[in-house]
Design a protein around this ligand. Structure first.
Ligand code: SAM
Length: 284
């Protein structure tokens, strides 16, 4: 049932995780659409596949190597399960949301998925040893972390020489003047209500940040256009699951989600916000 507004990411995700499985699906992220007609789960799997290829997981699977991957901001564990079952990867998923950890553990147990574990940890101070993973992976979690430089340095620190950091997230394509922020403050308040506290950076911020840490950037792709149909699918899910979502996050939560789809779609179309993916290799 609704508990009222909670914008800090851990509390926000504790509040919305169950509703978001209805609104966004098993994988709590945008979809990459080839022609715009695919169901949402096909498109979310396609985004995960883009991350998989950027991380070079198929090559490792083909050579029989078991990679160890840190999934920073693991949601309810959908991508982690896909990596373990599809590519034999050993995944450690972390999130600051206690509900997220509990849900991810339960889903993996219910589905009998081995090779995944989930812990409540912060991606900006993960406390894992240096060079203890082959891949550090942040699928749509960076925008929720206030200290994004710490996220990048923590990811770079925990990958071994020759390992990779892969990240995809919402992007800011241009500076937003203060007068515009004021004029659109209701739109920004709607986004905050639906998605919690968030900060969007340009694609170059992540690529340059990883390069400054000594990594070699291999991929920097803008995915704004192919992610655009996501909003239609989210609105459709909000209509289909109206009563269950209202039960979980209240009328105001449901309304904020639907309005935020309209706001984000407009920002996508007018060139303000978008989506992108970066991958970089640690030399050695
Ligand atoms: C949009 S969801 C993406 C979930 C998952 N990667 C997926 O694609 O299904 C964002 C995730 O980031 C997590 N998160 C937010 N801030 C975090 C932080 N500082 N450290 C770790 N996880 C965080 C949230 O709890 C949530 O699980």
């Amino acid at each position: 049932m609704s508990q009222g507004p909670t914008y800090e990411p851990a509390a926000h995700y504790d509040h919305v995780t169950a509703a978001w499985q209805l609104l966004l699906g098993d994988e709590l992220h945008y979809g990459v659409f080839a022609d715009g007609d695919e169901p949402l789960d096909v498109a979310t799997a396609a985004l995960t596949r883009r991350m998989v290829e950027a991380a070079r997981l198929p090559e490792a699977a083909a050579s029989g190597t078991t990679l160890r991957l840190l999934d920073v901001g693991c949601g309810s564990g959908g991508p982690a399960r896909a990596l373990a079952t599809g590519f034999g990867v050993e995944v450690v998923g972390i999130t600051t949301s206690a509900v997220g950890v509990q849900t991810a553990r339960q889903r993996a147990a219910d589905l009998g998925v081995d090779g995944v574990s989930f812990e409540q940890r912060d991606g900006t101070a993960n406390e894992f040893p240096d060079a203890s993973f082959d891949v550090a992976w942040a699928l749509e979690s960076a925008h929720l972390m206030r200290d994004r430089p710490a996220l990048l340095s923590e990811c770079a620190r925990v990958v071994r020489p020759g390992g990779r950091v892969v990240l995809c997230d919402l992007l800011r394509h241009r500076e937003i003047p203060f007068a515009e922020v004021r004029a659109r403050r209701q739109d920004f308040a709607t986004l905050r209500e639906a998605f919690g506290d968030a900060h969007f950076e340009p694609l170059a911020y992540y690529a340059d940040g990883l390069a400054a840490l000594g990594l070699v950037v291999e991929v920097a792709d803008d995915l704004t256009q192919p992610t655009l149909p996501t909003f239609d699918r989210w609105r459709a899910n909000a209509a289909t699951h109206h009563d269950e979502v209202v039960e979980l996050i209240g009328h105001e939560g449901h309304e904020a989600f639907v309005r935020s789809c309209d706001v984000l779609e407009e920002f996508w179309r007018d060139g303000t916000f978008g989506y992108g993916l970066v991958a970089a290799r640690r030399p050695g």
